[in-house]
Design a protein around this ligand. Sequence first.
Ligand SMILES: O=C(CO)[C@H](O)[C@H](O)COP(=O)(O)O
Ligand SMILES: [Fe+2]
Length: 252
Amino acid sequence: MKGECLGELSLTFSEIRHNISVKETFTYNERGNGSMKILPSILSADFAHLADEVRDVEKDVEFIHVDVMDGQFVPNITMGANVVKALKKETKVAQDVHLMVTEPIHLLPSFIEAGADMISVHSEACTHLHRAIQMIKDGGVKAGVVLNPSTPASALQAIIRDVDYVLIMTVDPGFGGQRFLPTMIDKIKAVRVLIDSLNLPVQIEVDGGIDAETLPLCFNAGASLFVAGSAIFPFDDRHAAIEKLSQSVLKK
Ligand SMILES: O=C(CO)[C@H](O)[C@H](O)COP(=O)(O)O
Ligand SMILES: [Fe+2]
């Protein structure tokens, strides 16, 4: 198996798997489809040159992460479906849309129409969570549920069978560049146990403060999708930054 899910990483996936299994840390990720992906968050990109910023990472990754904030659910305003649509025309990379929006159900048709490939909604923001998840799936898009740091893993009990992925926030949402909350590691483990106990093909994504130190902790706990903004875009060499994140799982 090639290491395509690890961007331009020169090691093959089986080499990585060998290295990690020596340390007995790979078990969770084998269950989580045996893959890991880095998803650069364009929140940390230069908004004045967004298409160029995305083109700069698209050879290294399968997805970019698009943070949509409404100034109500979180204390910040970012971008909307028009940005997803514009980037779709300019780049080939798939888009993972993270809706930090109160009652996102009203916006789902516009993001589906704009060409989003993955869409996640916060459990705290949806009065009718199942309806929102179903609407995303009916649109032919992968559906995710997001938990804020203070929302317990048990909140997933009623929705876990319906989603393609769970996004565990490892900071309070609203801004890039925040410090990773270490207590989220136990939550990732709890969600991994829940998913495995039901034998579901659900991926765990983590978002917030992900860097070469925190990524391996999340990987070993059972996450397979890693959002990173400030660990990628502020650097001149984004390829090297992504490779550093990919390689970090070998060092712990
Ligand atoms: O959802 C988010 C913030 O609410 C962002 O995706 C996240 O913060 C990424 O930025 P960084 O890697 O700098 O923490
Ligand atoms: Fe995000």
